[in-house]
Design a protein around this ligand. Structure first.
Ligand code: IPM
Ligand code: MN
Length: 347
């Protein structure tokens, strides 16, 4: 029997409940589809930070490297630990260290789920650059606390980084409806974004079967609301992709439905799977977190690991649950009820 070793990082807030829900579904899928999942759980979180002074141990990255994949709930508890500390201490270093350069986020309405738009027939795959750009972390502050204080934060775009994410987008488009939207702001940002557009144009000639369009980020934000059905694969830089995928989550009915995969396409290190939503401290103890985003992310993990039938089965089970009305209105169902509905559909 095939065995996969999974590092489980539930994290903070509702991350703990949704990771638990996703794991229950994964276990059921593994029994049904006859493979073995071995979980090792790591308590790395803001609570861990308060005990140890770090979000993860010094050898955290080295420890994770040995796993086939990482399943993460959510990170952040801003009342106790500032977000800039918690995210730069756990989530963001994992994405960078394991070269998970492709962040994949599907946006479509599940059956039964009401979105805020009239349009129901959209199916967008956002692909966000996940290791550089605006999240490079290059910068500093001088004259701190004085009126002369200066803060500089430089976006870094490399030819390798831009080319590989666009190429990934083109390849995904080939598996879908062969349409690629490349998102920049090259009318205002004349170095990095013009560079991105040039690389898009160059690659387009290698993929003549894919229809390519360049959009500015502002126009893309409007298009995702006004004409989301016109989009197929959308590729964007780290920050632009971050913003667009919260918009994508909104049009699919909310963050509780938005799944995400941080992929290392070369498979030189583990990939990480996590819902797009955060730790949601405001509802953390109410038992009403929607686990669908986490369960869908877990399905993406199985697909990546080489269990596409089990992955498709989980997604079909989520759809069966939402068709039956479960989990479609925020707060209407308890986390465990939604999880049980998915498990029942899977059985
Ligand atoms: C996301 C989140 C993170 C990001 C935060 C928590 C740093 O918003 O995964 O979209 O910006 O990447
Ligand atoms: Mn985000």
């Amino acid at each position: 029997m095939k065995t996969y070793s999974i590092a489980l990082i539930p994290g903070d807030g509702i991350g703990i409940a949704v990771a638990d829900a996703a794991w229950k579904v994964l276990e059921a899928a593994s029994r049904k589809w006859k493979f073995e999942l071995r979980a090792t759980s790591f308590p790395w979180s803001c609570a861990f930070y308060q005990q140890t002074g770090a979000m993860m141990p010094e050898d955290g990255i080295a420890t994770l490297r040995g796993f086939d994949a990482i399943l993460l709930g959510a990170v952040g508890w801003p009342a106790e630990v500032s977000d800039s500390v918690s995210l730069h201490g756990l989530l963001l270093p994992i994405r960078k260290a394991f070269v998970q350069y492709a962040n994949i986020r599907p946006h479509r309405l599940l059956p039964g789920v009401e979105g805020p738009l009239k349009s129901r027939d959209f199916d967008i795959l956002c692909i966000r650059e996940n290791t550089e750009g605006e999240y490079s972390g290059a910068g500093g502050r001088v004259h701190v606390g004085t009126p002369d204080e200066v803060a500089v934060e430089t976006s870094i775009f490399t030819r390798n980084g831009v080319e590989r994410i666009l190429r990934f987008g083109f390849e995904q488009a080939r598996l879908r409806r062969r349409k690629l939207a490349s998102v920049t702001k090259s009318n205002a940002q004349k170095f990095s974004m013009v560079f991105w557009d040039e690389i898009t144009d160059k690659l387009a000639s290698e993929y003549p079967d894919v229809e390519v369009k360049n959009y500015h980020i502002d126009a893309m934000a409007a298009r995702m609301v006004m004409a989301p059905e016109s989009l197929d694969v959308v590729v964007a830089s780290n920050l632009f992709g971050d913003i667009l995928t919260d918009l994508g989550a909104a049009i699919q009915g909310g963050l509780g439905f938005a799944a995400s995969a941080n992929i290392n396409p070369d498979r030189s290190a583990p990939s990480m799977f996590e819902p797009v939503h955060g730790s949601a401290p405001d509802i953390a103890h109410l038992g009403i977190a929607n686990p669908i985003a986490a369960i869908w992310s877990a399905a993406m993990m199985l697909d990546h690991l080489g269990e596409p039938a089990a992955a498709a089965d989980i997604i079909a089970s989520i759809e069966k649950a939402t068709t039956g009305g479960i989990g479609i209105k925020p707060g209407n169902n308890k986390t465990h009820e939604i999880t049980e509905a998915v498990l029942a559909a899977l059985a």
